[in-house]
Design a protein around this ligand. Structure first.
Ligand code: MRU
Length: 325
């Protein structure tokens, strides 16, 4: 598959994730405003892909001239939770004094590295899963989308599935639909179908019941930010999954490139959690599903305490808190 996000002819080109699975459509983003809008609408999403978006956004701003640092600030704050966005912005911005070409070269390096790092991290994580879970073939549970679409290429948590599937070791993936924006049902299921991996979609609320029935050997998730003590911010519902996994003795494995570790934050309490528009809950496909005027609590992410996590795995292997890398 082509890269989720790339650079071509002076524009950022993304796979429009709002259109999948109905339509595979590319979007060309030619201004910083268009990029910021795409990030806010989740046309490009997932922590590692947002890192690439941040870096390419600065490259776009640098080519256009203007106040690049002010543009960079706007890009870095388009979404608050995934540390990768600001990280990508900072990496590209560090080259600004060397000119627009140097900024672009750095952004393209972020893209190339992303694919390599996720491939390596997910290979290490596949080894962890095989060590933690005796049953073969494996029944895995996925939440949100941590696949190719959430990265430049390959994927993090879903990347583990690709490695294991190549070895014939996957019986099925239970895919949490991931309310309210359905990244699991729309995107993860689409990726699994493309790769011919057996899967079933389930309501998020079925995950604990699936574990209780002994249908899950391992929970695999990505991360948007990992604090220095190992607390993990990821898609809303991840924390509940971790509690259920612990209750049922199911390993809970987090896979992310090390750029997702925010060593500046002591623990998860300091992670900014994005709250999204109430209409994501009060409407379904534009049709109201609540009484008029209903208020909503719509956090996009939650924080899983590290003591519920079996392993955090990066491209450097199993990561433990205190490792400053
Ligand atoms: O709101 P989203 O779709 O950007 O949320 C994405 C997630 O929560 C992913 O699990 C996370 O970014 C890791 S992706 C490799």
């Amino acid at each position: 598959m082509r890269r989720t996000i790339d650079w071509a002819d002076g524009a950022i080109v993304i796979i429009d994730q709002t259109a999948l699975p109905a339509e595979f459509r590319l979007l060309e983003l030619r201004t910083v405003d268009e990029l910021v809008d795409a990030v806010k609408r989740l046309a490009v999403r997932g922590a590692p892909a947002l890192g690439a978006a941040g870096a390419l956004g600065v490259a776009l701003a640098a080519r256009m001239g203007g106040d690049v640092r002010a543009d960079a600030e706007v890009i870095a704050h388009a979404r608050p939770t995934a540390v990768n966005l600001a990280w990508g912005v900072e990496r590209a911005l560090a080259k600004l004094d060397e000119g627009a070409d140097a900024v672009l070269a750095e952004a393209l390096a972020v893209l190339t590295e992303d694919e390599e790092l996720n491939k390596t991290a997910s290979r290490h994580a596949a080894d962890v899963v095989l060590a933690e879970c005796p049953r073969r073939p494996l029944r895995l549970l996925s939440h949100c989308n941590a696949g190719q679409l959430a990265t430049v290429g390959w994927g993090s948590a879903l990347g583990v599935v690709w490695h294991l599937h190549e070895r014939g070791l996957v019986e099925e993936v239970l895919v949490d639909e991931t309310r309210p924006l359905l990244q699991g049902a729309r995107l993860t299921a689409w990726e699994l179908a493309q790769a011919n991996v057996p899967y079933r979609v389930q309501p998020d609320s079925a995950a604990a019941a699936a574990m209780a029935r002994g249908m899950v050997d391992c929970v695999l998730v990505g991360a948007d930010r990992i604090a220095a003590n190992g607390d993990v911010a990821n898609k809303i519902g991840t924390y509940g999954l971790a509690i259920a996994a612990r209750h049922h003795g199911v390993p809970f494995v987090v896979v992310a490139p090390s750029s997702t570790v925010d060593t500046k934050l002591a623990d998860g309490a300091g992670i900014a959690i994005e709250e999204r528009d109430a209409r994501e809950l009060t409407e379904y496909a534009g049709v109201p599903v609540t009484p008029p005027g209903a208020h909503a609590f719509n956090p996009a992410f939650d924080v899983t305490p590290y003591d519920l996590v079996t392993a955090v795995v990066t491209e450097q292997g199993r990561w433990t808190p205190g490792e400053n890398r």
